[in-house]
Each structure stands twice: as structure tokens, then as C-alpha cells.
Design a protein around this ligand. Structure first.
Ligand code: ATP
Ligand code: FE2
Length: 326
């Protein structure tokens, strides 16, 4: 069986193609970028409208397939921004009806977790999911992927991006902050906000902005201290989830996991606990259609030929999903 997945929750429009054996046949994406400023929800939708046909063409070319070879169309139902989500769903429905292919909508966060498992061969991991909009520590227990900890305000990537924008670095800010952080060496004290198993970034953001405005610190040191502080928070909560569940595997997901320092810190923690760290390739950490296509394979049983009742779910949570494929 071959599944084609469409991702459009935020700034990335992606189409991935994967087989039911977990073989990736294509991963085509086009992401909205700016030199200055941030994401504007409407612009994301228009961006996706503009690029969707080219991304589909690229994906089919990579896979050396035609639409008639596709057995299942999958799309990201949520969580995400309504307009871009709509563009993805509309396109999925169009492909499904024109080519008479069954369609299924899936949860974006669960897709990050499941693709991490199939690509790394982790069996029963804790997932540290750190992306732009999402920050969650997830693990399977009793029929659902449970959220053990999460952000109480913005996602870690958005937090990093907002501070980068404040410093005039443009979007996405994560890779730029990583480069600056590598040149910093003086740790500047920042608030460290872990509440139970949850984390929060807004106070740290305010503090960083004030420190930046004061011009008392080197930008490199601020970026270094930002990374050391918020990554330590993430590692602490991930470790606590592993201790609580007794699980011996950690899988990383989400664009912020491209960061080498975060990976290094996770590696040290896992080594100390005699656990294993699994990191999918960067192209599968960031938003992409392969994640979505793979969860489609797992949920294929509920795919439908008619589109009645199929809609986007902008606020759907990881623990709303019953894991019936396990
Ligand atoms: P989601 O819908 O899952 O929240 P998203 O589109 O917001 O997805 P991703 O594509 O998973 O997010 O990741 C984008 C985020 O990753 C951006 O916030 C970006 O700054 C951050 N990022 C990318 N590379 C790095 C890096 N090297 N270090 C830190 N952050 C990074
Ligand atoms: Fe994502």
C-alpha cells in the first residue's frame, strides 16, 4: 500500500509518499520564509495555495509515481492554523475525489511520534516534541499517547523565533540563534520555569528582551544562555517522564530538535540513565508530509471514499486520539 500525506498545519506545505513497510518514496516541501517579521496566518494559507501543485508534482517525480499508483490520501487535520489547514484539506479532497482514492485525516503531533518510531525502530519511547507551536513530552499508556508535560504558554520554537525577530534576525530564528549561541561562553542567569512536568517561556522571553535592550550583554552570550536554560528545562521534564514510565527510549521530534546542543544534552541524560536516544533525520523532524502519510498507513482502516464529516480540527490534542493501531 502507498500513502500520500499532505502537511499544512503551519508554515510548511509538504507532501510525502511512503509505503506500508515504512519506505520513504518522496518528501517534497515548500516553507514560508521571511527576512524580517514573523508569520501571518493569512499569508501562510496563500503561500500554500500558490505552491501546492508544484509540491505535488515534485513529490510524484521523486517517487516516480502517478496519482493512479496512490492507494490512500492522508492530510493533517490539526492542531494548527485554520486557513493553512483548510488549504491542505481541500487539496487532499480534490486529489481523493478526482482519482477515487480513500481519504483519512490525522493528528499532526501523533504523526511526529509514529514516524519517529518507524524510521528509528524505537519500540516504546518517550517523545520529546519541540517544534514551533508545540512543546510536549508524550508517551503511550493505556490506549492513548498521554501528554506528561507541555508548555503552559507558547511553543519553544515560537519563543525562540519571537526573540530572534526582536533582535532583528528574521524567521526562522532557531538556526540563527544556534550559530550565535556557539560563539557565546558566559552564562547569564535567566528564569528557569518548570512547574511540575510543564514548562513556560513567556517570563523568560520578557527577561531576555529586557537584557537585550539594556545592551549590557553580548548577543552571543544571550543566545548561549537562552539555549542552556530552556534546553535544560526540556531535558529535565523528559527525564522525569522516562523515570515515571520506566521507558528506556527517547525519540526527538519537531524542528527545534535539529539543534545540536539540545541533542547533546539529551544524549548525556540518556547515557546517564542507560537509555537510548533516537533522532530521525532533520527532514523528518521539521514539518513534512511523510509523517502524515505514515500515520495514514496506520489509520488506513478508517479511511473513507466519501468526504462527509471530514473536516479540519485546529485544536485537536494528542490525547484526544484513541490509538487503535497498536
Ligand atoms: P508544529 O506545527 O509541529 O508546531 P512548526 O511548523 O511550528 O510545527 P517545525 O517545522 O517542526 O515547526 O519547526 C520549526 C521550528 O524549529 C521553528 O521555530 C525554528 O526556529 C525551529 N528550529 C529549526 N532549526 C532549529 C535549530 N537548529 N535550533 C533551534 N530551533 C530550530
Ligand atoms: Fe510539527
Amino acid at each position: 500500500m502507498i500513502s500520500l500525506g499532505i502537511e499544512s498545519t503551519a508554515h510548511t506545505f509538504g507532501i510525502g509518499i511512503i509505503t506500508d513497510k515504512g519506505k520513504v518514496l518522496a518528501n517534497a516541501t515548500d516553507s514560508f520564509k521571511t527576512k524580517k517579521g514573523g508569520l501571518i496566518p493569512n499569508e501562510l494559507g496563500w503561500h500554500h495555495e500558490k505552491v501546492k501543485d508544484t509540491v505535488l508534482k515534485n513529490a510524484l517525480e521523486q517517487a516516480k509515481l502517478e496519482l493512479k499508483d496512490i492507494d490512500l490520501v492522508t492530510f493533517s487535520q490539526g492542531p494548527g492554523i485554520p486557513f493553512p489547514l483548510h488549504v491542505g484539506m481541500k487539496f487532499a479532497k480534490e486529489i481523493s475525489s478526482k482519482n477515487k482514492i480513500p481519504i483519512v485525516g490525522v493528528n499532526h503531533c501523533v504523526a511526529h511520534l509514529e514516524v519517529g518510531k518507524v524510521l528509528t525502530k524505537a519500540k516504546d519511547p518517550v517523545l520529546l516534541y519541540t517544534s514551533g507551536a508545540n512543546t510536549q513530552i508524550i508517551a503511550y499508556e493505556a490506549g492513548k499517547y498521554r501528554i506528561f508535560g507541555e508548555t503552559l504558554d507558547q511553543g519553544i520554537g515560537n519563543f525562540i523565533d519571537v526573540f530572534a525577530r526582536y533582535m532583528g534576525l528574521g524567521f526562522p530564528g532557531g538556526p540563527k540563534i544556534e550559530i550565535l549561541a556557539a560563539k557565546g561562553k558566559n552564562y547569564i542567569e535567566l528564569p528557569y520555569v518548570v512547574k511540575g512536568m510543564d514548562v513556560s517561556f513567556s517570563g523568560i522571553l520578557t527577561n531576555l528582551k529586557r537584557k537585550f535592550d539594556s545592551k549590557e550583554h553580548k548577543v552571543e552570550d544571550l543566545c548561549y544562555s537562552l539555549q542552556e536554560t530552556v534546553f535544560a528545562m526540556m531535558v529535565e521534564v523528559a527525564e522525569r517522564a522516562m523515570a515515571h514510565t520506566g521507558k528506556k527510549e527517547l525519540v526527538l521530534g519537531g524542528g527545534v530538535a535539529c539543534n545540536k546542543r539540545l541533542r547533546e544534552m539529551c544524549k548525556i541524560m540518556c547515557k546517564e540513565r542507560k537509555a537510548k536516544l533516537f533522532v530521525p533525520e532533520n527532514q523528518f523532524l521539521v514539518d513534512n508530509g511523510v509523517n502524515i502519510a505514515w500515520l495514514g498507513i496506520l489509520m488506513g482502516k478508517i479511511a473513507k471514499r466519501n468526504h462527509k464529516g471530514i473536516d479540519i480540527k485546529p485544536y485537536e490534542r494528542t490525547d484526544d486520539i484513541k490509538v487503535m493501531w497498536k
